[in-house]
Design a protein around this ligand. Structure first.
Ligand code: 9MR
Length: 401
């Protein structure tokens, strides 16, 4: 009797089905084959060694805005595990880093760059020119009068050469100009009437800033960064600005959509439309400041109304479900546009601290609640990690694909 032939037959009869069963059960445990709602912490799909950056490895880097406190405290381990890109929340802005003509505060920015570099984390630079947190000295001469356009652009150039030059080769993408587009519904008013705009008597500073940044660090990717980029009126204004920059051969690589979003905004259609429009110009997109507040504007009374404040409902299951759905919608679309999206960054690490909670000195509804009315909602709970830095259910809706 040929035992080898018998063994081969036995293999076919017993081993092959067994292998098939094992393979099938492994496939069922793989995240890709699970629907988002069944993808939860504690299941076999919850790999403790994986972070957001690993789930999104074949899509785009996942970043987070940090301050120096985050680098040393308990946030640091979470940052290293979950993210592969960082942005300085405040420390590279003009005012903080260059408070007077011959003074540069490098310490905090250097610490962030060193932390990221030592952990092989990419760095986005934020930002080189903004109307807010500006270096007020730049706009005035020794006589206290506004400077000329020429002097202002010279100061802008010196600033950009100093900052982008210092981090040349370390910062891979810069928000060169931040929020230069007007917020009103007046479609003829494209540019924000900032000190930059007023002294330059027009938008020339935008193009100049990009050219200086490119000269200072030719390898860095250069972005125009703004909020409400999906709102129909502002979207069109941003598009006009970008189109002009592209047509004028200004060295711009893409647009930063800040993505300070709400439970019901943007809609999937608005988000796709914004993406389609700017990518049609040949530009890349980075979602630079993502958070989704649970604050509901309709909880606030009209300004001036004498309504009894509604107590803070907290992070209720209903709000949580809406936030999960909005995060899932956003990342489903991000993945579909992966060819154009080169970074998705969250604005702050966990719900323990969000810039949104600070708005109105803790007494108002905050930016996302839409006005300086009586405080009703204390926290925005806008991120994927809770106040104890634990992954929220929204986290699993983002990685469960
Ligand atoms: O998160 C930042 C907050 O700590 C600052 O007080 C604020 C000052 O305007 O800026 C916040 O960051 C902003 C970012 O630089 C640009 N887009 C809007 C962000 C939230 O206001």
């Amino acid at each position: 009797m040929n035992f080898s032939a018998v063994n081969k037959k036995a293999n076919r009869v017993f081993l092959l089905p067994a292998i098939a069963i094992i393979v099938l059960s492994l496939v069922q445990c793989t995240p890709k084959h699970q629907v988002a709602s069944s993808f939860k912490a504690g299941t076999t799909a919850d790999d403790p060694n994986k972070g957001l950056k690993d789930y999104y490895k074949s899509y785009f880097p996942i970043g987070v805005a940090v301050n120096t406190a985050a680098l040393h405290g308990p946030d640091s381990a979470l940052i290293v595990k979950e993210f592969n890109s960082v942005t300085a929340e405040n420390d590279m802005k003009m005012g903080p880093i260059h408070p007077s003509e011959n003074v540069y505060n490098w310490k905090n920015a250097d610490d962030i760059v060193d932390f990221a570099t030592s952990h092989h984390i990419k760095i986005r630079g934020h930002n080189l020119c903004w109307h807010n947190q500006e270096a007020a000295w730049m706009f005035k001469g020794a006589d206290g009068e506004p400077v000329t356009k020429e002097l202002l652009l010279k100061r802008l150039k010196d600033h950009i050469f100093a900052v982008a030059g210092r981090y040349k080769g370390k910062i891979y993408a810069w928000d060169v100009v931040n929020e230069a587009v007007d917020d009103s519904n007046d479609t003829t008013q494209i540019y924000r009437k900032s000190n930059w705009y007023n002294i330059c008597n027009g938008p020339d500073f935008i193009e100049a800033a990009f050219r200086y940044a490119h000269e200072a660090d030719p390898q860095a990717k250069l972005y125009y960064n703004d909020y409400n980029s999906e709102h129909p009126v502002k979207r069109e204004k941003i598009y006009k600005l970008l189109k002009k920059l592209v047509e004028d051969h200004v060295p711009i690589d893409g647009v930063g959509m800040q993505a300070h979003w709400k439970l019901n905004e943007p809609s999937p259609g608005e988000l796709r439309k914004a993406l389609d429009e700017v990518t049609s110009l040949g530009l890349k997109v980075q979602f630079t400041e993502l958070d989704i507040t649970i604050r509901l504007p309709q909880l606030n009374p009209a300004p001036g109304a004498t309504t009894t404040p509604v107590p803070d409902p907290g992070y209720t299951p209903e709000l949580e479900a809406k936030q999960i759905a909005q995060y899932k919608m956003a990342f489903d679309i991000f993945r579909q546009y992966k060819k154009f999206i080169t970074n998705v960054t969250f604005w702050n690490v966990s719900d323990r601290y969000s810039w949104l909670d600070q708005r109105g000195g803790g007494l108002m509804g905050g930016a996302a609640a839409g006005g300086n009315t009586t405080r009703m909602v204390k926290k925005a709970y806008p991120l994927l990690f809770d106040e104890n830095r634990q992954r929220k259910k929204a986290y699993w809706s983002v990685v469960g694909f």
